[in-house]
Design a protein around this ligand. Sequence first.
Ligand SMILES: [Zn+2]
Length: 556
Amino acid sequence: MSNDSQTASIIAAQPAISPLRTRSSVLAIVAVSILFTLVYNFAFFRNTLDQYPLNGDNAPFLLSLVVLLASVTALVFALILTKLTLKPVLMLIFPLAAGASYFMNNYNIVIDSVMIQNVLATDSRETTDLFSVELLAYIALLGVLPAVLIYKLNLRCHPFRIELVQRMKFVGALLVLIVANVVLMGGSYASFVREHKVLRYYANPLSFMYSAGRYVDEQLAGAASGPREVIGSDARIPASDHTRELLIMVVGEAARADHFSLNGYERETNPQLAKQDVVSYSNVYSCATSTALSLPCMFSQNGSEDFDVAEAKRQENLLDVLQHAGVNVLWRDNNSDSKGVAAGTEFQDFRSAEVNPVCDVECRDVGMLSGLEDYIASKPNGDIVIVLHQMGNHGPAYFKRYPQEYEVFTPVCETNQLEACSQQEIVNAYDNAVLYTDHFLASVIEFLKPYDDEFSTAMFYMADHGESLGEHGIYLHGLPYMIAPDSQKHVASVMWFGESFAQINKEGLRAREGAPFSHDNYFNTVLGMLEVESTVYDSSKDILQESSGLAGVAVR
Ligand SMILES: [Zn+2]
């Protein structure tokens, strides 16, 4: 072996020698974050520029967005990359980011947890359909090449304490940078997050890292669930109950108690219900401020205190207890879905024109009543409970939530970009949607009336949460319960009973219209209405019991 080749092999064995010198982990994180932001986010910036064209007005925001994306990427890496994970994680993320970049650039797809599920479920024939020279070039240049470089680089973390202090300083600096950007461009970011929600799915690699985490989380939750815990298996209808009950439970969407004229709102938003013999509870509070939490909470036997949605989903709910007692239960949905509540219940999706006969710009809640007489006729025995999950006042496009003839309060906000409208225009559109819910609830009552000979009929309406309409600059709902304004928690609730509902003392109910109730009362009130006997029934939480409300049901 010659001297020359000996020298060469010594150099090759010492990768620490320049140009691949030792680099600190923080420097590496800064470098890869800038690299990801500038090279792997073509789709993110292309879609952003569609919404925010590059001009004098948008330039500061776009510049801020570049800095913010790099800072957030660096922040995530600074928090997850340790001495042990630094190299392997980066070597894994580069090829994945390269693939994600290719598909987002070429197909404009986004990679959410459903997409990850789809990719993992794809068979080899489908995969080959997607392969191209360009994809291989992406993987090679943007995936394998950086991964090899990372492998070769002598990236080093300091001893634990020094590294920790350095990381804390770094994270602190990033947080300052992030907060400064958000504060300086607050208005632009508010609309970016609210109206262009989809854009953030293009952030590479943050978006697929988040989606992968969600996917794993969903799989673990699914694997852990198994069959749900049975509750109320002893439920039964006593032999003394000779009449069949027919109850329609309407689950409302984003309906505020203080926008119902039945509760004293100065605008007449309940003209049709006002003509019906209804009881309107004006002091009802929701369990949560979003559909995804409120629905499982309403139907759960567990109270709102320390409510845990995962735990609730592992357990049977009100609808299952009713079925243990032999009640026929049907869920019709014109919203999103039942959020897991109808897991053990017959479910019908009413959001398409194939099923719902009343659709214009969207399918209307009233359409959920169609064909219901056939369902009732098909159940010759036992009580019947039908849940109708409304589209109701789903925001921000309130102006789409009602047919033209319900546009009574004008002018209305005709965009989902709420900050472009005056608060009055937003309230007008919202109140028109309440008018339409008023019509829907009155239609439910009219539907029930002919059944009064055959059944004890009743309607029980309760909204899932409230809504902010621009008060103090807050819109929509979903704020954490502790800090959410009253408007997001104070919900509308209305009951109606047919003449044959013998056990009801309507005067007694009216006396408690203003009593403090909450979603905590829902479970037991429905069991009480159906006269279900079970160890899970707690009469002290049943709104129909004389002692309820006056006894001070806990309201958070
Ligand atoms: Zn909702």
